[in-house]
Design a protein around this ligand. Structure first.
Ligand SMILES: Cc1ncc(COP(=O)(O)O)c(C=O)c1O
Length: 376
């Protein structure tokens, strides 16, 4: 069956978007705080465009550094309580650049099995040996640590919130295991930043272990309403990356408008914690209501609400059927996740009425298509 993969849309509003000749309810966006169309974010980007022009035409190491880049790096480092930060053109670049540069021959990277492709590619590109432990399985992680020769330097790589399943890594357990081995810890907070933690710094802050994580990565394409990514750590690590990370050295820097949008979003993230609370409330209600209707929702507390749909063909038919009814969701097919998932993502812009419409439409479409709800 043909499934349209690229659904063009006009505009990126977090809750309702135009697709062709109709308005579609968006439950597939990672604009968790609903800031992409926020007036302050748009105004900051517009002013930066007027002041600095449309691009930087150079690498950060040469002519491409603006005062805006330097200020944003300082603000991001402060948010995640590290000494320094470095920003990249995308979140993918940030992971790829950092992992490929940080580990050397004779090191080992112990990676959660479900890591994002950018982390996998970075680990494979590095000169280090790589080992994968079963997803969020501390017993298996411990066995991997035990099997490392004592002379190997160890970097454990995890996501704070896993991008497809939406579950949170057991970072306190990981840190406890890492300590006797002197292993360093790298956490990708792409989906935790802005969403979790008392100040929105992510899963590590939420779990009370932010200061014990050596390297934090984040992206601007989700809660920070723009494009780009960053890595934060000790001043020595960041200085090393600024001179050795090839996507930083050999690629043009982010344009001023994108950077200014991130800074404005960061300010809102800090000053409007109620957005985070609203977002988590929307996700909690959706999970409860889906379960009450018999849908197999994976355990979790984040805005990523994954519903298990066993058969690939059913998942594709379901997404297509939902779209025909004016609701956009993302299908996640194996092997991108361990099970086929209808990945619903909530944003702070969703209302109770939006959630009600999603629920009633899901019930209607699954019934019409004869898709079983809880097949576990
Ligand atoms: C966990 C994770 N890391 C990194 C990235 C890459 O970020 P970006 O899309 O901003 O390049 C993503 C994107 O989906 C992600 O989910």
């Amino acid at each position: 069956m043909y499934f349209e993969v690229f659904n063009d849309r006009e505009g990126c509003a977090p809750a309702e978007v135009r697709m062709g000749d109709r308005t579609v309810l968006m439950f597939g966006s990672n604009d968790y705080l609903g800031l992409i169309t926020h007036p302050k974010v748009k105004e900051a980007a517009t002013q930066a465009l007027q002041k600095y022009g449309s691009g930087c035409s150079g690498s950060r190491l040469l002519n491409g550094t603006l005062d805006l880049h330097v200020k944003l790096e300082a603000d991001l480092a402060a948010l995640v309580r590290k000494e320094a930060a470095i920003i990249f053109g995308t979140g993918f670049q940030a992971n790829y650049a950092a992992l490929s540069a940080l580990a050397e021959k004779g090191d080992v990277m112990i990676c959660d099995h479900n890591l994002h492709a950018s982390l996998v590619e970075g680990a494979l590109r590095s000169a280090a040996r790589t080992v994968r432990f079963r997803h969020n399985d501390l017993e298996h992680l411990e066995r991997c640590l035990e099997s490392c020769p004592p002379e190997e330097r160890i970097l454990i790589v995890s996501e704070g919130v896993f991008s497809m399943e939406g579950d949170i890594a057991d970072l306190p357990g990981t840190i406890r295991l890492a300590k006797p081995y002197g292993a360093r810890i790298y956490v990708d907070e792409a989906h935790g930043l802005g969403v979790l933690g008392p100040t929105g710094a992510g899963a590590a802050e939420h779990l009370g272990v932010l200061d014990e994580v050596d390297i934090i990565m984040g992206t601007f394409s989700k809660s920070l309403a723009s494009v780009g990514g960053f890595v934060a750590s000790s001043a020595a690590v960041i200085d090393y990356l600024k001179h050795t990370a090839r996507p930083f050295v050999f690629s043009a820097s982010l344009p001023a408008a994108s950077v200014a949008a991130v800074s404005a979003a960061l300010e809102i993230l800090k000053t409007e914690p109620e957005r985070r609370q609203k977002l988590l409330g929307v996700a909690k209600r959706l999970r409860q209501e889906l379960r009450a209707r018999g849908f197999a929702v994976l355990e979790g507390e984040t805005p990523i609400v994954p519903v298990v749909i066993q058969e690939e063909i059913d998942l594709c038919r379901l997404c297509k059927g939902l779209l025909e009814e004016g609701i956009y969701t993302n299908p996640v097919l194996r092997p991108a996740a361990a099970q086929n998932l209808l990945r619903i993502s909530c944003t702070a812009a969703h209302t109770d009425q939006h959630v009600d419409r999603l629920l009633s439409t899901l019930e209607k479409v699954t019934r019409q298509l004869g898709i079983e709800r809880d097949t576990r």
